[in-house]
Design a protein. Structure first.
Length: 127
């Protein structure tokens, strides 16, 4: 799931950056673009390596998920707090906050569960 979300994020980021149909008011700055590329790429790479059974990458995947989804959650929560006169409807911001919180909860559950720990400990014990 993280790999798909990261790839989708990079695809949409490329569209927003390259497309002439995007209004100037909502175009991203160079710093914002760089940060989005870094967090999405880190999410993709760490998730792929964790799925390959690399034990240390499980924690890095969790860190990447917290950085990626946490930044979306905080951004939308701040926009929601200032939603009066916003370009984005409050219901959409609320759904983004909820979805990001759910993604964080799923990653915490999946990466810190007993079965996951057993899986990675088995990999460490193998010759």
């Amino acid at each position: 799931m993280n790999i798909l979300v990261g790839c989708l994020s990079l695809t949409m980021l490329a569209f927003i950056t390259i497309s002439s149909r995007i209004p100037v008011e909502i175009q991203l700055s160079a710093g914002t673009t760089a940060m989005a590329i870094i967090t999405a790429s880190f999410l993709i790479i760490s998730s792929a390596l964790a799925l390959l059974g690399k034990p240390r990458w499980r924690h890095l995947m969790l860190l990447a998920a917290l950085a990626f989804y946490g930044s979306i959650l905080v951004q939308n929560a701040l926009l929601l707090a200032q939603s009066q006169g916003s370009l984005v409807p409050a219901s959409k911001l609320t759904s983004h906050v909820f979805r990001s919180g759910l993604e964080i909860a799923i990653n915490l559950w999946a990466l810190l569960s007993l079965r996951t720990k057993q899986y990675f400990n088995r990999e460490l014990a193998a010759p």
